[in-house]
Design a protein around this ligand. Structure first.
Ligand SMILES: Cc1ncc(COP(=O)(O)O)c(C=O)c1O
Length: 373
């Protein structure tokens, strides 16, 4: 097993600073004691600042999928209709989760590499007239496409009396989503992306409309029962045993983020993504996403002809120490995905671009295997 630390340029998990890694070595403490209460209250305060909300926030010991499932199980009741733009793997999964909860998913689809237009979304909402919620994946990590209309889509959902739930798992921190200003009812993110903490926690904002709804209609889930998290959160506790080392790490990663400043972090993601897109294009990799919807946090690009995906990525990790991801579904084998998240900086970008260019020229110039027949 190779345990050496490589440069992790995945679309999450991403590189974690030494400071955050060290924080995980804090003592195991009583999660019903004062030390944990102090830690968790601090985490909730910092999470509020990160989501730009005065409202409620929750941190689940779960990966991002748990956060999405929590949103669905708390909002959807059997028979409820949800409007869902579907433009890749994660938005597709979200729609399936709504159906699993007994809801009806009305899909607004668009071809891979694009996002449904705001006009298509508006038309779907108008056709539906009333529905329970809009579930929007802001950044489709499978294709490197960001839907550029969180604020407008939220406003449109509200015009139909619906809630707006945003999966910002691979984007919040690389993008700002000012939850209160835009009126987003629920926003979900994961610890392992732009926050640059280790994987294992899902963070969520919960607006007043959702809290009022849950008061009248308790959800049918135990682990993800939001009212219980809010009740315990008010005392600085979680209802169930928290993954303590991850909470230490999240606290430190949020300290780092707030010291840098959210605006600067977002700007850094902007700048680094420009360098990545430019450098990859120079190396002969064509972006999957149309320019207007290109993600700043996940850069998905087609390989030049003649590159074998799995072998290329393995050699890149082994020989250059740089880890990138492959494509999903229709893009498997054709596309690589490079994360531009969290600690991303000029030296990581340059190291990645050099590694990819060198690997490409050696794999394209490598002698082809001789056909034995
Ligand atoms: C947009 C989006 N939603 C949901 C998920 C699921 O998160 P996790 O893998 O942490 O469960 C991911 C993971 O990459 C994602 O990018």
């Amino acid at each position: 097993m190779d345990k050496s630390q490589k440069l992790i340029m995945l679309p999450g998990p991403t590189n974690v600073s030494e400071r955050v890694m060290q924080a995980m070595l804090g003592p195991i403490i009583n999660h019903r004691g004062d030390s944990f209460r102090e830690l968790y209250k601090g985490v909730l305060d910092k999470t509020r600042r990160f989501f730009q909300t005065q409202g409620d926030v929750v941190v689940f010991t779960s990966s991002g999928t748990g956060g999405v499932e929590a949103a669905v199980l708390n909002v959807i009741r059997p028979g409820d209709v949800a409007v869902i733009p579907v433009f890749g793997e994660f938005s597709g999964r979200l729609a399936e989760t709504v159906e699993l909860a007994g809801g009806k998913a009305v899909l607004v689809e668009s071809p891979p590499g694009t996002a449904p237009t705001i006009e298509a979304l508006r038309a779907a909402m108008e056709k539906q007239r009333t529905f329970k919620a809009l579930f929007l994946v802001h950044n489709e990590t499978s294709t490197g496409v960001a839907a550029p209309y969180v604020e407008e889509a939220t406003r449109m959902a509200h015009e139909h009396g619906a809630l707006a739930v945003i999966d910002a798992i691979s984007s919040l921190g690389g993008y700002a989503i000012p939850v209160d200003k835009w009126g987003v009812d629920m926003c979900i993110t994961g610890s392992q992306k732009c926050i640059a903490a280790p994987p294992g926690l899902a963070l969520m904002s919960v607006g007043k409309g959702v809290v009022e709804f849950l008061r009248k209609s308790p959800p049918k889930t135990r682990y993800f029962e939001i009212p219980r998290y809010l009740e315990y959160g008010a005392k600085g506790e979680t209802p169930f045993t928290p993954a303590l080392p991850l909470f230490y790490a999240l606290d430190e990663a949020l300290n780092e983020l707030l010291e840098e400043g959210l605006a600067r972090r977002v700007e850094r993601h902007d700048e680094m993504s420009v360098l990545l897109y430019d450098g990859l294009a120079k190396a002969g990799l064509k972006p999957v996403a149309e320019k207007a919807v290109r993600s700043k946090t996940v850069v998905a690009s087609y390989y030049p002809p003649g590159v074998e995906d799995a072998g290329f990525r393995k050699a890149l990790a082994r020989e250059k120490g740089v880890v990138i991801a492959g494509g999903f579904g229709p893009f498997a084998g054709k596309v690589c995905r490079v994360g531009c998240m969290g600690q991303i900086n000029r030296s990581y970008v340059e190291r990645t671009l050099t590694a990819i260019s060198e690997m490409l020229s050696s794999s394209l110039n490598a002698p082809k295997p001789i056909n034995p027949s």
